[in-house]
Design a protein around this ligand. Structure first.
Ligand code: MCA
Ligand code: AMP
Length: 507
């Protein structure tokens, strides 16, 4: 008898759980080694929820950090955290210990759930901070009744880098998550017959909502990979395993390189696999029109580009049916309101006039965790969220023009804070001053580039700086370019002029 039948849950379940119950007998995850049904996920999530509750009635929004790779255990843990009434705080598998410590202490997490080799890696930190550590590979708890939850309950805190030196925790409720999922299910017509590979990190919306949660809402099948394992994924593409594919622009650049260097027969087989898919999506960073066009020329597929953000989920998308315009992100998604606001405060109605994108709707987050002032500052009047991204509207389609802040960098789809990287680099014994910017890069979109003034008698190289930085920063934040200079360009007030820093890398 499935364990979930032992303790009938009298209370109404969360929408995602109800959806999973409707698909109980279907396969949710498929790997070469095993298939996992929706029922198995539900059973395991009830186990995890019971292990978290330890006899308590409701965890009342306690924060539970999750450190696991994409796959069934991750999802069962996510659902278990939610079914116990707690808030899930996914943390990056490859982050450094100081970064983990920041997320755990800022969110006030009391429990960490980890799997595989991550258990050993995070155990000393949990011990130092006095946190309970649950090994997801070894959970046996007597099943117990689960709490009744309303959609207004906080569900998730996602750490996002921005215009402050430390990341902020973006809080969403179950209602926000449901709205984000339902909008995409409708716009991209997710179906139970869909099959999608999952190779994106599981501490960001792209992997958590767009791929995993939408697929599981629809009753589709997910094939998980612990990272972007290009050869393994291309084997499955060749086998025509997928109907859907979602990735960041850097991945499409890498796939174009792979296709161009493949033997003709191999290339033909891979191209046939891509051409057979019903939809391929790009997002998280600007997709250059040239990459869009190259992809169509190679595979016949027209990529659907969409625009989103941790604070709002997805907001603007090219259409499933209709023109997918290279260089544009499309039109507002179902349920999402968009407006452009000029610096003068005027709401822009004319086309071809740039303004800041502002977003309103049931998808928009609730608050930055523990930061009421930052939350208030990020909203305009009447609940409009200020994205800090500039756009224009051209014959009904939005086109992103850039960002208001020079301190935000997008590398391979990850949003990074120049200020956070500068603060870390200033701890380097050879560095006296530094300025970090994003330089345009064909593969990464932007490459983290550090201009530094070194201390006398030192001889800093990029290789040495990268090695040192990797002990303090996640690898995607580590500078890819270095310019050692005598002084940094500054304005009359003594402030570094970031646009002028660019020229230090152009020569
Ligand atoms: C890996 N490296 C990077 C990055 N990723 N360096 C800079 N920026 C990066 N993003 C480093 C590696 O550590 C390695 O360093 C070297 O580059 C080559 O690694 P490689 O194996 O080729 O890279 P990879 O492991 O294939 O990773 C590339 C990737 C990955 C698959 C594009 O960066 C990725 O998964 N990006 C997606 C991030 C994402 O999901 N963002 C969504 C957040 P070394 O040689 O020194 O060891 S945004 C979001 O959720 C919003 C809502 C939205 O709109 O979607
Ligand atoms: P994150 O906070 O990591 O979710 O990153 C959100 C940011 O990614 C947005 O504010 C945009 O600057 C950028 N972004 C996402 N999708 C696109 C896109 N299709 N084109 C350009 N920028 C994008």
């Amino acid at each position: 008898m499935p364990s979930s039948l032992l303790i009938p849950n009298a209370v109404p379940e969360l929408p995602l759980i109800q959806r999973a119950q409707q698909h109980a007998g279907s396969i949710a995850f498929q790997t070469p080694e095993k298939s996992t049904t929706y029922q198995a996920l539900l059973d395991q999530s009830a186990q995890f929820a019971s292990a978290l509750l330890q006899g308590a009635a409701d965890l009342q929004e306690a924060r539970v950090a999750l450190l696991a790779a994409a796959g069934p255990t991750y999802v069962a843990a996510q659902w278990g955290i939610w079914r116990a009434g707690a808030i899930k705080v996914p943390i990056c598998l490859t982050a450094t210990e100081p970064e983990w410590e920041y997320a755990l202490t800022d969110s006030g997490a009391s429990v960490v759930m980890a799997e595989g080799t991550s258990v050993k890696k995070i155990a000393p930190l949990c011990q130092r901070l006095g946190l309970r550590l649950i090994n997801l590979d070894d959970v046996r708890a007597p099943l117990q009744p689960l709490p009744a939850l309303t959609p207004a309950r906080r569900a998730m805190i996602l750490y996002t880098s921005g215009t402050t030196s430390k990341p902020k925790g973006v809080v969403t409720t179950h209602a926000h998550i449901t709205a984000q999922i339902e909008s995409l299910i409708q716009a991209w017509a997710w179906q139970s017959t869909d099959r999608i590979p999952l190779f994106l990190p599981m501490h960001h919306i792209h992997g958590i909502i767009n791929v995993t949660s939408c697929a599981l809402w629809a009753g589709a099948v997910i094939e998980p990979f612990t990272k972007f394992d290009q050869p393994a994924i291309l084997e499955r593409v060749k086998a025509r395993a997928y109907t859907l594919f979602m990735a960041v622009p850097t991945i499409y650049v890498k796939l174009i390189q792979a296709l161009e260097s493949a033997e003709p027969a191999e290339r033909q087989a891979i191209v046939a696999g891509f051409a057979a898919m019903r939809l391929m999506v790009s997002g998280s960073a600007a997709l250059p029109a040239s990459v869009h066009e190259q992809w169509t020329a190679l595979t016949g597929q027209k990529l659907l580009e969409r625009y989103g953000m941790t604070e709002i989920g997805m907001a603007i998308s090219n259409p499933l049916h209709g023109e997918r315009r290279p260089g544009a992100v499309g039109q507002p998604l179902p349920g999402v309101e968009i407006r452009l606001k000029a610096e003068t405060g005027e709401i822009i109605t004319a086309e071809h006039t740039p303004g800041e994108i502002q977003v309103r709707g049931p998808n928009v987050f609730r608050e930055y965790w523990g930061k009421p002032e930052a939350t208030a500052e990020s909203f305009d009047q009447d609940g409009w969220y200020r994205t800090g991204d500039m756009a224009v509207r051209e014959t009904g389609y939005y086109r992103i023009m850039g960002r208001l802040s020079v301190d935000i960098i997008k590398s391979g789809g990850y949003k990074l804070s120049a200020l956070e990287i500068e603060a870390a680099l200033l701890d380097h014994p050879d560095i006296a001053e530094c300025a970090v910017i994003g330089m345009p890069d064909d593969t990464w979109g932007e490459a983290v580039s550090a201009a530094v003034v070194t201390r006398p008698g030192t001889d800093l190289t990029l290789a040495a700086l990268r090695e040192w930085s990797k002990t303090r920063l996640s690898v995607y934040k580590v500078p890819q370019r270095l310019a050692v200079v005598k002084e940094l360009p500054r304005n009359a007030m003594g402030k570094v002029t970031k646009p002028a820093v660019r020229s230090l890398f152009n020569s």
